[in-house]
Design a protein around this ligand. Structure first.
Ligand SMILES: [Zn+2]
Length: 273
């Protein structure tokens, strides 16, 4: 940042005034609707307490916000670049799609040109933007009551990190709507050989598995049935402990794992280190 960030009050005043001088420099993320807008958007202005201001589109997307359909904050003002517009329109038409370079080629675009154009305009590639859009959809599904892991698996993530960023913005450490204390908490642990899912309660580890393991959904289902409970996104001190132990393990510091395993849990042993 080259300029000092204005205060929240100042930015909110500019938003209410639809101040066009902020276009391209600041965006409002509306926490109640999970949408981000230009300051000049003609939609009714949100309450100040529901506004979060970001200075890049990347930060809005990473926060799990989706672009407003009315002011289309991802398009440049004036004459939008046709390449950007076409691809973003395609993305909005089917945001659940798992985009790859072959899809870009199939639309008649050169993937390396697309990468360059998007990186310059947004600081991230089109594929990264598409991944973040899926992540925010996963977050929406979660907010509407779907089990988090199902939402995540449906959305088809290789890695939970983008999803996690979106969820963390929504719920903090754990989903707010979850009142049942018996819930198991699931969270991703990044490892050098891929993300792992750790399912824990306050005392013990119930499941630790690689995210891309085909058997993972079945294992989660078994776990839910066996414990007569749901699994929600979140972590406990057990997650921190196993994460630290894995970290040591992958650094080559071989030492016995001390994390307590849940009774009846056998998945852990099948991970095969
Ligand atoms: Zn808008």
């Amino acid at each position: 940042m080259l300029f000092k960030r204005p205060t929240h009050d100042h930015l909110y005043a500019a938003l209410v005034a639809k101040d066009a001088s902020y276009d391209g420099f600041a965006y409002v993320c509306v926490t109640s609707t999970r949408i981000f807008c230009r300051f000049t958007c003609t939609a009714r202005k949100p309450k100040q307490e529901n506004c979060r201001f970001e200075d890049t589109i990347a930060a809005c997307l990473e926060g799990g916000f989706r672009p407003c359909k009315r002011c289309q904050p991802m398009l440049a003002y004036g004459a939008p670049d046709p390449l950007t517009k076409t691809l973003l329109d395609q993305l909005e038409a089917d945001p659940f799609h798992r985009w790859g370079e072959k899809d870009i080629s199939a639309l008649g675009h050169d993937p390396s040109t697309v990468r360059r154009v998007f990186k310059r305009r947004f600081g991230m590639s089109f594929l990264e933007i598409a991944r973040l859009r899926r992540a925010s959809l996963g977050a929406d599904a979660l907010q509407s009551g779907d089990a988090v892991i199902d939402a995540q698996l449906d959305a088809g993530y290789q890695s939970g990190s983008g999803f996690r960023a979106a969820i963390t913005q929504l719920f903090g450490a754990a989903p707010a709507k979850l009142k049942d204390q018996q819930l198991l908490k699931a969270d991703w642990i990044e490892t050098p050989i891929g993300p792992m899912l750790a399912v824990v309660d306050d005392h013990a580890l119930h499941l630790l598995e690689f995210a891309d393991r085909p058997a993972l959904p079945a294992e989660l289902q078994r776990l839910k049935t066996r414990n007569s409970t749901a699994v929600a996104l979140g972590r406990t001190t057990v997650t921190d402990q196993i994460s630290e132990e894995l970290n040591h393990y992958f650094q080559g510091k071989i030492q016995p794992f001390k994390t307590r395993l849940a009774a009846g849990g056998t998945e852990f042993e099948r991970c095969g280190w």
